[in-house]
Design a protein around this ligand. Structure first.
Ligand code: 5CA
Length: 511
């Protein structure tokens, strides 16, 4: 967010909301998604980027709680694979010589590394890098732990902050310089086949993570020129964000083969008594997952949180009338306690402000369900239920309400996912006509699949045709490779060199 916008915002809100008429100060999501995105993060108390360092922000209370739920989902999945992933925590600082050991990593990251050069006033003998990713921090230690095939597989992960001196424009949650929510898994195996099996497990874990956030994705094998430094191949989870229709790389899974184990000497004794280098994978995701929740489910009134990550699932707003306040507050309090006891994440809004302002406040923050209780509802022994994702109010008899609310949360979860997926599916287009493909991308309509030969020079020639156009890679390649089910298309020709080819590739604009 620009400092100018950020500083202006609170004043604007305060001024407008101090009048009885409540005004929405969010920019229009359809025509001005970038500003809408910055503003909603700020206004909904998710993250404040007015910190005096580009690309670094402060997680505020509400955002921190969403982030905590996001991490819970991740931890739960990683901790519960048949052979669990062990959570660990490695140092943030990596000595220069250790970082420089892996040539590909150096090439891939040298322009993005922050260096610590002094300890107090004393120049350091060996510069220290702030980890941009942790292969070079982890692998010398793992080399000390693994001795025999009985130590394998070893599956590990850490959740920590990484530093990348991003040259391109930074963007809240999407391209930050301090990545605060970086989950990196690193696994070690006896054979190439075990490694492939791990890639399959990683893909399933990521599917589960994004499915439970209601975030749609495409799985794409990156071109070899866009593979993670040192990896044999990279599989990406891309989500085409609504409104801009640009792809956001939400996570990557890398098959590292033996590149790093050879550099860092991670050897083991095989079952037949020989020595071999371990086979490795690593896979990472970041706060971009939270950016996707915001982008996919938001609207002009604010966030719509899927119940899986909502810090508050239900807010109760008392409808107060003169001389009935005490009765209403008592019923609301009792109902609050009842919901809490049933295990709902519930909040009773007792603040002294108009009900309209309360509605506005919780709508902006995307609370999935609002329950209203007023004197009429008490008389009729009912509650009024309003869901955030679709319009309308329902009156539910009190004694049926627990079951109703619990089903409703499930329904909201499903329907947010379904509508995001439906819109996402409409943004993918396949054509054999390159002109049509370029026009589609140029008009920001989404991602296109075109027949392609896989050569970097051909890709460059096509990329030159349109500013921002990028080759994302081969659709669902991981499945094809792993299951040896490569689907060979017939009678198609590379969109540039016209050689006969058997596969389509994805192209589009990306974040
Ligand atoms: N070591 C591997 C995986 S463990 C790795 O670093 N892969 S990565 O470079 O592709 O990063 C993993 C994921 O982090 C990316 O797919 C992307 O979703 C996210 N990410 C990368 N850079 C940033 C950034 N500057 N801000 C926010 N998220 C980022």
């Amino acid at each position: 967010m620009s400092k100018k916008t950020a500083k202006k915002t609170p004043k604007k809100v305060a001024k407008k909301t101090s009048k009885s008429k409540i005004q929405n100060t969010l920019p229009d999501i359809e025509t001005n998604f970038g500003e809408w995105f910055n503003e909603i993060l700020f206004q909904a108390d998710i993250i404040d980027y007015r910190y005096n360092l580009k690309g670094c922000g402060v997680w505020k209370g509400y955002g921190f709680k969403i982030r905590r739920k996001y991490l819970e989902i991740m931890r739960d999945l990683l901790d519960n694979t048949p052979i669990p992933h062990e959570e660990m925590l490695f140092p943030l600082l990596i000595p220069e010589d250790q970082f420089m050991k892996e040539k590909e990593t150096v090439k891939g990251f040298e322009s993005e590394v922050y260096w610590v050069t002094h300890g107090g006033l004393t120049p350091l003998d060996v510069k220290l890098c702030l980890r941009p990713t942790s292969e070079t921090a982890m692998y010398p230690m793992v080399a000390k732990w693994i001795r025999s095939h009985q130590d394998l597989p070893l599956k590990t992960y850490q959740i920590a902050n990484m530093f990348r001196f991003e040259g391109k424009n930074t963007r809240p949650l999407i391209r930050v310089r301090e990545i605060t929510t970086f989950k990196e898994a690193h696994t070690y195996h006896e054979s190439k086949e075990d490694c492939s099996e791990q890639i399959r497990e990683a893909v399933e874990i990521y599917k589960d993570i994004f499915d439970s956030l209601g975030v749609p994705y495409l799985i794409t094998q990156r071109p070899k020129w866009d593979t993670f430094p040192g990896a044999d191949y990279t599989i990406a989870f891309d989500s085409i964000l609504p409104h801009t229709n640009k792809a956001l790389q939400n996570g990557t899974i890398h098959n590292l083969g033996q590149t790093f184990s050879k550099t860092f000497d991670i050897k083991f004794e095989t079952a037949d008594g020989n020595q071999d280098y371990v086979y490795q994978t690593c896979y990472g995701i970041s706060e971009r997952g939270i950016a996707s929740i915001v982008a996919f489910h938001g609207d002009n009134f604010g966030l719509k949180l899927p119940p899986t990550v909502a810090p508050i699932e239900i807010v109760i707003v008392p409808i107060l009338f003169k001389n009935k306040e005490d009765d209403v507050m008592k019923v609301c309090n009792d109902y609050y306690k009842k919901l809490k006891k049933e295990g709902f994440k519930v909040r009773l809004d007792t603040r002294k402000m108009s009900t309209g302002r309360k509605y506005f406040h919780w709508e902006l923050r995307g609370v999935p369900i609002r329950v209203e209780i007023g004197p009429k509802d008490i008389e009729k022994n009912q509650i009024a239920v309003v869901r955030r994702d679709v319009k309308g109010k329902n009156f539910i008899p009190n004694d049926e309400s627990i079951k109703y609310l619990s089903n409703l949360l499930e329904d909201i979860q499903q329907s947010l996912h379904k509508s995001a997926k439906k819109r996402h599916d409409e943004l993918i287009f396949r054509t054999n006509d390159l002109e049509e493909a370029i026009d589609f991308v140029d008009k920001n309509k989404g991602i296109v699949e075109i027949p392609f030969c896989g050569e970097e020079e051909c890709a460059e020639s096509i990329e030159k045709r349109l500013d921002g156009l990028k080759f994302l890679g081969i659709p669902d390649r991981y499945l094809l490779v792993l299951n040896k089910r490569v689907k060979k298309e017939k009678d198609i020709f590379c969109s540039h060199c016209m050689k006969p080819v058997t596969q389509y590739w994805r192209i589009g604009k990306s974040y």
